[in-house]
Design a protein around this ligand. Structure first.
Ligand code: PHE
Length: 338
């Protein structure tokens, strides 16, 4: 092998690169010269047989050949690529509309659940979980519902054939948690609930709640109000007001219903708040001693508050949704706007 052989091969290779008119031909040139069994690797193998005095010089030349080949090859490939796009090659029509890939978005209910978890997390609450299918004991008995309580009625509650039921609130998670953990307890439990309600603008047979439970020494109604007010301010803005109205629940004493001032009309009255300026968001109260007894807590040393907030209610005033059913129609055009 002589130095001329290298020079000849170089000239030939560069001419062929220059002459390649499309990427297929150019690729063939690449394989021919620097593919695994190409002419340049071949030449390198041939170096071994060259005259030892010429060998260093030849080695240098072959390396140069390889580098020059790579350089010219890339140049030519870029030329071919850009001329293809400029001339509107058949394989790529720049006038076609792009492929639209819809970006996903969280459902308003998921968004609010996650937001609520974050807010309560910052107050030291952890998330507890329970199943949608519950026992009568967890859903009613342990929560102090007397045998004839109307909520137990089959016209209000979905019973399964084995006697279990679809939980009517997230409160059974309180029971499950307290049976397994001793105080202090500070949990929230977000989840689905089921009631035999006829769907209308503000009712759905399947809705979502966030349960809260805080049991320790000296927990008071003031803690409840402070924590719910903090939640309202974080979730809906610092101007949101919170009010308690006396109420009754079998498992809390005293019990309250919690209203937030309407986010839409700022309390003036509108369609969403039915002109009252307030929206009922939660049921709450101090845990009834009867519940502590059912789960084996010492009523002499601990007190606790509990609340159950309706997520849909919050979504309605936060986003100005006038019909709860719109949340479940799964019309992406509608849901996308929140
Ligand atoms: N579970 C009650 C309901 O669904 C709300 C509630 C929770 C009330 C906790 C008091 C304490 O209406």
């Amino acid at each position: 092998m002589k130095i001329e052989d290298i020079i000849n091969l170089q000239n030939k290779a560069l001419n062929e690169i220059e002459a390649a008119a499309d990427s297929e031909t150019l690729e063939a040139v690449r394989i021919k010269y620097i593919g695994r069994k190409g002419l340049i690797p071949d030449l390198m193998k041939g170096l071994k047989g060259a005259d030892p005095t010429d060998r260093p010089e030849m080695g240098k030349r072959v390396n140069e050949l390889k580098n020059t080949f790579q350089e010219k090859f890339s140049e030519r490939r870029n030329q071919i690529e850009s001329s293809r796009t400029e001339s509107g090659d058949k394989t790529f029509d720049v006038t076609l509309p792009g492929q639209w890939r819809g970006l996903g978005k969280k459902h308003p209910i998921s968004y609010l659940m996650e937001r609520a978890i974050d807010i309560f997390h910052a107050l030291g609450f952890t998330v507890a979980d329970g199943p949608d299918i519950e026992t009568v004991f967890n859903n009613f008995d342990a929560l102090n519902h007397p045998p004839g309580h109307p909520a137990r009625d089959a016209t209000d509650t979905f019973y399964l054939s084995d006697g279990d039921l679809l939980r009517t609130h997230t409160s059974p998670v309180q029971v499950r948690h307290m049976l397994k953990h001793s105080p202090p307890v500070r949990i929230i439990a977000p989840g689905r609930c089921y009631r035999r309600d006829t769907p209308d603008a503000t009712h759905s047979a399947n809705f979502h709640q966030i349960e809260g439970l805080y049991v320790a020494e000296n927990v008071s109604l003031a803690d409840l109000k402070g924590d719910l007010a903090h939640f309202a301010h974080e979730a809906m803005g610092p101007e949101t007001k919170v009010r308690f109205r006396p109420h009754f629940f079998p498992f809390t004493e005293p019990s309250v219903e919690v209203d937030f001032s309407c986010h839409i009309c700022r309390g003036d009255g509108c369609r969403v708040c039915k002109q009252s300026g307030w929206i009922e968001i939660a049921g709450a109260g101090m845990v009834d001693p009867g519940v502590f007894e059912a789960v084996g807590y010492d009523t002499g040393t601990v007190t606790g508050y509990a609340f159950g907030m309706g997520i849909e209610r919050i979504a309605m005033i936060l986003f100005g949704i006038t019909d709860i059913r719109d949340l479940y129609e799964n019309d992406i055009r509608y849901l996308r706007q929140f």
